[in-house]
Design a protein. Structure first.
Length: 146
């Protein structure tokens, strides 16, 4: 099964690349030319799937545009399949990029959810903007960065 460390000190090989290449045992659920998906070995809930692009891409910001549709099409299809297969009430999708990214290879979590499953507001605090001016200033900063 895939381990949570992203790089092996002795081989300097990404664990997800090892899984992709058959060098690390995983429970594969989807194997396509540009994307693969397998069960997370430490799931939040049973049926928790990781979807990754085949090429080693560190995070979403580095994902080539030609892989956007294959990756997120797979995430959508797996979200539908996991919800059905696990008889879940819904699905949580997430991808850490940098902070809290346990494996340095882009991966999207597809997690089955049920009402009252214990994930309350997930894992982060909620903040408020001081006022409408601060809200507008932050929106302007993001627009200018685009």
């Amino acid at each position: 099964m895939a381990k949570s460390s992203h790089i092996s000190a002795s081989t300097d090989v990404c664990k997800f690349c090892q899984a992709r290449d058959g060098g690390l045992e995983v429970a594969m659920v989807l194997d396509e030319p540009q994307v693969i998906a397998f069960l997370d070995h430490r799931p939040l809930f049973k049926g928790h799937v990781l979807v990754i692009p085949r090429p080693h891409v560190r995070n979403l910001m580095e994902l080539p545009e030609d892989l956007l549709t294959p990756l997120f099409s797979c995430v959508q299809r797996l979200s539908i399949a996991v919800k059905s297969a696990m008889e879940a009430d819904g699905i949580f999708n997430a991808s850490n990029n940098g902070v809290s990214q346990s494996v340095d290879h882009l991966h999207v979590h597809v997690v089955p959810r049920r009402k009252k499953d214990g994930l309350r507001g997930f894992m982060w605090p909620r903040l408020k903007y001081a006022d409408h001016a601060e809200l507008d200033a932050v929106a302007a900063r993001i627009r200018s960065a685009l």
